[in-house]
Design a protein around this ligand. Sequence first.
Ligand code: AHR
Length: 509
Amino acid sequence: MKTKHLLQAAALAWSVCTAAIAAEPAQVRLTIAQDTAGPRIEPEVYGHFAEHLGTGIYGGLWVGPDSKIPNTRGWRNDVVQALRKLEVPVVRWPGGCFADDYDWRDGIGDPARRPARLNKIWGNVIEPNSVGTHEFMDLVDQLGSEAYLAGNMGSMPPRAMGQWLEYMTSDSQSALAQERRRNGRDKPWKVKYFGIGNESWGCGGNMRPEYQADLHNQYETFLHAPVVRVASGDGQGNDHLIEVLMERSGSHMDALTLHYYTIPGDWSKHGSAIGFNTQEWATTLKSAMGIGPRIEGVIRLMDKHDSAKRIALYVDEWGTWYDGEPGTNPGFLQQQNSLRDALVAALSFNAFHRHTERVKMANIAQMVNVLQAMALTDGPRMLLTPTYHAFDLYKPFRGATPLKADLQTPRWREGEVELPAVDASVARAADGSTVLALVNLDPKRAARVQTNLSGQATGRVLTAGAMDAHNTFAEPNALVPAPYKAGKSGAPLALDLPPKSVIVVRMTP
Ligand code: AHR
């Protein structure tokens, strides 16, 4: 009996002791230099992707002009207003895999006469073609974004791709330009970016790299308009594909794409968007951090063929991919979005900031209701996700120039997974101020970041008690950023980070 009590007391003392150790904040040192660490962060790395997939377009963004849901020419006002606040720089459309099964001619002319097709890629549902070229260009106009069109190289001839571009951009009296005018658009549109196929190694045609390179060159030849020509790159860790495209098609492209998805499990069982444990938290963040080394690997290969760094790298699909919400069509890729997603977004932004010499665009997959979305809708209701708030927090980084910084952080471990406690990104904003983002990856332990600067840091923090904290239609503001302030004028600056948090601040001396 006595021994049992002694053992219990010892166990209690041990747990109190470990709790005390865990309660001690991780001690982190951040030394910020005034030297720049690369060219500016292009606003386009905060770009978006909207595909004809599930309720990403129909229901999520488009409700049609006759809907009771308030809309402007069919686009729902609540979602557009929320996205306008994010200052979306660019939207990629209409896919994804959908792009290589899409005939642009189905989406022009009188909406009542447009053909209903099967969306064979995503759920085999009817694609009414109510949203086509004119409607999409109206959306980017309403958002104040640039258009990034993805052309069909998988199942349409090169002539069709060239004609789509002519239809949109020609100011001439050609039959295609006249047809556009008859369809209600007099002036040509500005199409800044044009993608030649999508995932040609998979849903875009299951092509060998060598075959894709030949096709890319052929299709590109018939794009007679001044667009940024984007070649469809890797999404599977296939270095050979990058090499072949750079070698054989480098002179026929201005940018090459990379797709990178964060998946806690594998393609057969992705893992849940909410209700996960600490192990899944750690695995997800580790997968998210893998985007950095993959970007570096692709850049090394690109450098071999393009040392002048003329060709940009566009990470034009990235984000978390979990199992679909229970009860939803698995082809709709609908998932909740939690604090964990906000951390994935922040870690990805930090990785993009580290590679500004090549990474000139990135597009989150996807804008609304699909994968790592900014907003979720349910009929007339809309909520903004933690990922939306991460995009909003990081706004001061757009156009800013990354600064060199040395981060000394302890690591933390969960099972087999080991990660840094803290990740950081620092940049000089256009107004001269220093902007700092800090991510505390550890779900249990706070961190104290001692900087070499003095003064104050003012901004916002996104954090919560639960790892899977999220917004619901009943509680749309359960997780929103809170004001954050640290330091005082003239004194050494240290920032306290709660466990599992993202902080973005501006610093003043
Ligand atoms: O974003 C969903 C899909 O993921 C895209 O359609 C495809 O390009 C990628 O495999």
